[in-house]
Design a protein around this ligand. Structure first.
Ligand code: RB5
Length: 154
C-alpha cells in the first residue's frame, strides 16, 4: 500500500514545500498539502498543529509509518517544537540523510522537520527519501519511545 505524505510549512518553508510536493507527485504515494498556498507571512504553530492533528486522526497508520508528515519552516526548529507538544507526535529536525534514517529506525519519527534556510533543495530531497524509506526497527527502540508518554506526564 502506498504511503501518505502530509506536508505543511510557514512562509519561510513555502518554496521548499513546493519542491518536495512536486517530487512526491512523481512517486507512488498520496500527497496532501495542508498549506499555506502562498508566501504571505504566517505563524508556524498553526500549521504544525493542523498537520499533527491530521496524523493523530490517522490512528495506527499515523504511528506505523504509513502516514508521515513533513513540516518546513526557516530552520525546522519552531515546527518541531510546536509539533512535539502533541503526545503521539515524534517530530525530528534532520539536516542529513543519516539523521533521517535514524529518526525513523530508532525513534519512529512520524514527522520530518526541515529548514528551508538551512538545507538546500537537493539535500532536502535526499533527506525526505531516506525518511520515507527507512523502517522503524522496534524492539528496544519501541520500549524507549513508549517512555516519552509516561515520562513527560510525570
Ligand atoms: C519565520 O521568520 C521563522 O521564524 C520560522 O520560519 C522558523 O524558522 C521558526 O522556527
Amino acid at each position: 500500500m502506498s504511503k501518505t505524505i502530509v506536508l505543511a510549512s510557514d512562509h519561510g518553508g513555502y518554496a521548499l514545500k513546493s519542491v518536495l510536493a512536486q517530487a512526491l507527485r512523481k512517486v507512488e504515494c498520496v500527497v496532501e498539502d495542508l498549506g499555506p498556498d502562498c508566501t504571505s507571512s504566517c505563524d508556524y504553530p498553526a500549521f504544525a498543529d493542523k498537520l499533527s492533528k491530521r496524523l493523530l486522526d490517522a490512528g495506527e497508520e499515523g504511528q506505523n509509518g504509513q502516514v508521515l508528515g513533513i513540516l518546513i519552516c526557516g530552520t525546522g526548529l519552531g515546527m518541531s517544537m510546536a509539533a512535539n507538544r502533541h503526545p503521539g507526535i515524534r517530530a525530528a529536525v534532520c539536516t542529513n540523510e543519516f539523521m533521517a534514517r535514524m529518526a525513523r529506525a530508532h525513534n519512529n519519527a512520524n514527522v520530518l522537520c526541515l529548514g528551508e534556510r538551512v538545507t538546500g533543495q537537493g539535500l532536502a530531497l535526499e533527506i525526505m527519501r531516506a525518511f520515507m524509506e527507512a523502517p522503524f526497527e522496534g524492539g528496544r527502540h519501541l520500549r524507549r519511545i513508549e517512555q516519552f508518554e509516561t515520562h513527560s506526564m510525570a
